[in-house]
Design a protein around this ligand. Structure first.
Ligand code: HMG
Ligand code: MG
Length: 305
């Protein structure tokens, strides 16, 4: 059975876009519940400008929380050296730098050109290498940009290469606005996998158009073994208007389990973790499997009565 790595991005991608700022203590409970469920890679926050993303203003506090088991990676997004220094001040050892394949999105998101972002990340990569910090890269808008439209695979490859060459152990490919289809996923991986290898790529789907699980299915055929997802399908990017949440972790786990892949993650416990946030937000989370499990729990409790 092939093992698949899942990076749970709910605490960062999931919560960065919520109108309501979730209290730090609840975020920490959410992260701990995900770890209890067997998740080993959690993207817990981002060290970005607090006025740009107020929901992540408590990044340092998240890392100061105790009780983290060994063997887990607690990732944070870092856009520049200032973010890197903030991350290091609280001993964060898992840093993800993020840029995009479209100039318009990169400008809106991090106020840089793609080349400027790569130049800054080279400085971060040098520091990370000296500090023993693990470095991951993101390329957003791999299919389409919310501002400038379709993006060709040929525009994605040089950014991926640059991130790998500077020392990212892998690059996560973001369908930021969740418009990609299996045909586009294949077209992208036809270009990228022969060039850099499937083992150095992760996929980060948003599910706006409901294709995220189908895209995972297509990507598995290329030997991709790392996917990002968020509990209940929370998520979005404030600089990607009209995009909804990430691929729901429960949808991903249900699919992988049924295909015979292992993840080490308990589906029902992830659902419970997501419910911590749903209860606080007073709204249902969109993930289909998440909802199906809630309905099953309800039926079971009615039968018991
Ligand atoms: P800027 O305004 O160009 O920054 O923002 P600057 O370097 O000109 O500095 C301006 C001020 O910001 C200065 O303060 C800096 O100290 C401060 P002042 O001197 O005026 O008092 N500053 C910071 N403060 C705290 N932390 C920092 C930091 N950097 C500068 N790290 C910047 C550039 C990148 C900071 C800004 O644009 C920003 O924070 N952007 C964040 C955008 C973001 O978080 N987007 C969402 C995440 S990406 C995503 O969701 C996509 C993904 O999920 C994949 C996918 O789905 O595709 C990853
Ligand atoms: Mg995202």
């Amino acid at each position: 059975m092939t093992a698949i790595t899942v990076t749970e991005v709910g605490p960062r991608d999931g919560l960065q876009n919520e109108a309501v700022v979730v209290p730090t203590a609840l975020k920490i409970d959410f992260i701990n519940a995900l770890l209890q469920a067997g998740v080993r890679h959690v993207e817990v926050t981002s060290f970005v400008h607090p006025q740009r993303i107020p929901a992540m203003a408590d990044a340092e506090e998240i890392y100061r929380a105790d009780d983290r088991p060994d063997g887990v990676s607690l990732w944070a997004l870092v856009p520049n050296l200032k973010g890197y220094e903030r991350a290091r001040s609280v001993d964060c050892r898992w840093v993800a730098v993020f840029t995009a394949a479209s100039e318009a999105f990169t400008r809106a998101n991090i106020n840089m050109t793609i080349d400027e972002s790569l130049e800054r990340f080279r400085g971060i990569a040098a520091r990370a290498s000296a500090d023993g910090v693990k470095l991951r890269g993101y390329v957003s808008t791999v299919f389409s940009c919310p501002y400038s439209g379709p993006v060709a695979p040929a525009a994605v490859l040089p950014v991926v290469r640059a991130l790998l060459e500077m020392g990212c152990f892998e690059v996560s490919l973001g369908d930021t606005i969740g418009v990609g289809t299996p045909v586009q996923t294949r077209r992208l991986l036809d270009e990228l996998v022969p060039a850099v290898g499937a083992e150095r790529l992760a996929l980060h789907f948003h599910d706006t158009w409901g294709m995220a699980s189908a895209n995972v299915f297509a990507a598995l055929e290329y030997g991709i073994v790392h996917f990002d997802s968020s509990a209940g399908g929370l998520g979005g990017c404030p600089y990607a208007p009209s995009a909804t949440g990430n691929l729901a972790s429960e949808d991903l786990l249900y699919l992988l389990d049924n295909l015979g892949y292992t993840t080490g993650i308990d589906l029902e416990q992830v659902t419970r973790a997501g419910e911590l946030i749903a209860s606080y937000l007073h709204r249902a989370l969109p993930g289909r499997v998440h909802q199906a499990i809630l309905a099953r729990w309800k039926r079971q409790s009615q039968t018991r009565r």
